[in-house]
Design a protein around this ligand. Sequence first.
Ligand code: SF4
Length: 270
Amino acid sequence: MPVSDSVDVDMEDTATADIDGPALPINELFASLQGEGTLAGVPSVFVRTSGCNLRCWFCDSYHTSWEPTHAWLELEDIIAEIESHDVEHVVLTGGEPLLHEESVALLEALDDRGYHTTVETNGTIYRDAPIDLASISPKLKSSTPTPARDPDGGGASANGSKGGGEWAQRHEDDRIDLEALAALVEHYNFQLKFVVTDEADMDEILELLADLRDAADVAIPDQNVLLMPEGATRERLAETRNRTAELALEYGFRYTPRLHVDLWNDAPET
Ligand code: SF4
């Protein structure tokens, strides 16, 4: 079972004194419409775990990666909260939810209860779990923090400064794991969702797809490849959306909206 050996969850723990059983660090747990991908528009409960092994400069869940915050919740409490909503779909997201071994137990419990599960992952970790849809978002070079794009504010020069500097190299080293990607597409119904910042991303997408098609034992149809515009606000999406749609048309891939941004802008728990 390929699991990234660079996993290092650097999180400040909240009190865990009251935790007796298996638990996960939860940043948000809420019901909304799925905003992205082939299930866009489907009512779903979102379980957002904290902690990520990457640091995309555009991360739209900053408090799971650059500045992780969370409360530890026992799995039985997470399931009780999910069951309080009248939905059939559960989205396990992050951060990177497959960092956590306990995510497997949660997915097994949800499978036992008949839920449809989507796991949103950056594709660097494979775990064996009952997953109905693996929504895999490999991170491109354009996601790497730079001095001009450093959400941590520490400067992304290669001087080892906190945040960008340290993470620029680490992110670049770890963002693609072909073995984990191949295992994910071989074992699960999947969609490959690429965040597109501009046209320059397309060469890398085509190159990665060629490598993955060589590495994996299953077909990867173009209809499973989704282009999603970069942008966590309506203002930014207005700049990236149309060009991304044109690129999807030009290359024969699928376009995915960011419905939650269109509807609720950058409001939390959407
Ligand atoms: S992989 Fe996802 S959660 Fe992690 S930093 Fe990138 S966008 Fe954020």
